[in-house]
Write a protein that binds this ligand. Sequence first.
Ligand code: NAD
Ligand code: UD1
Length: 346
Amino acid sequence: MPEQQQVLVTGGAGYIGSHVCVSLIEAGFTPVVVDNYSNSHEVALDRVTQITGVRPPVYAVDIRDEQRLGEVFAAHDIKAVMHFAGLKAVGESTTLPLEYHGNNVGGSITLFRVMEQHNVRKLIFSSSATVYGDPASVPIKETFPCQVTNPYGRTKLIVEDILRDMSAAPDAQWNTTLLRYFNPVGAHESGLIGEDPAGIPNNLVPFIAQVAVGNLPYLKVFGSDYDTRDGTGVRDYIHVVDLAAGHVAALEQLFQVAPECRVYNLGTGTGYSVLEVVKAFSEASGLEIPYELAPRRPGDIAQCFADPELAWEQLGWRTRRDLKQMMEDTWRWQKRNPQGYRTSES
Ligand code: NAD
Ligand code: UD1
């Protein structure tokens, strides 16, 4: 069924988008990539080609540019869209709220408008567990209330709400799936593509990887007095290749179901503490990761992990890779590309 179907992938050069391109190609789809490279490198797409043997069509286009986006739709028979493009740093969003709303909300509206013009109404949207805020309990189900605490999270919830409104409009025919990711980590097992944050990483696993490779001296563990098993924050880390498989499952479902707006958690259902992640990384790399206990990071919560059962029941998708594999694959990528895509050979 999916043979050669073309799927527009916004933000396809990014961390998650590049892994999804590999999974789409392996599943028989043709990703058509649009990216402005504001947080990525074109070489990631060369690596996608190296892994799959297929060069996807690629356009250096900003999704806020309605005309150029329209030209991409005119040049291809796009059947569905996977929308990853956006800004994602929580801290930065508090200092640059207009930039975040303009890109994440404004860019999404432009994309949806161009989709309507070209009669494409199947969409998968990258949302985040951040929309649950500080949940009353764990594991988190999709029915839990949403409460956002920062501009980045608000942009995700606003776009979710826009899509719910569009689906609810009479005769709208919009068929949308909102995927709420927990904490994506890891890299493709080839070590060719992975996460390459610009500057000092904000997130735990890329930070640990850069300590391991010698780019940073030690890890600060933000908070050791949480009400968790060892006092450090607990999160649901999900291997990016499992996450990518979840997108393919959601896409296949989109082609089979009546138009509506669905939402799924993409997580493993298991939480690990910061110190457990440090230990798993040390075991995977054979290296000691120096760390210091530090005060809590403002805005952090004690624990966050998914109830992933709805995705299993309705998408037939479940994660397969454990924390050990997440750390081994992160380390392979970082060791092979100590400066990310910048200095490594393509
Ligand atoms: P990323 O920054 O690696 O990828 C985003 C891509 O979008 C980049 O390649 C960037 O250059 C591109 N982009 C940004 N603005 C654009 C624009 N206006 N036009 C065209 N391209 C643009 O981030 P990622 O980790 O791959 O995340 C992908 C999506 O998933 C984002 O929407 C993010 O908010 C969401 N998400 C990520 C995480 C995570 O932990 N990585 C968690 C939850 C949700
Ligand atoms: C963060 C974002 C969240 C986003 C997610 C994925 C915040 C407040 N939340 O989530 O909105 O969806 O990334 O991109 O930024 N930690 C350390 N030292 C570090 C970095 C992190 O101890 O140098 C700890 C944190 O306190 C947390 C855990 O590691 O307990 C995971 O942190 P991180 O990887 O940043 O993810 P989240 O905070 O869950």
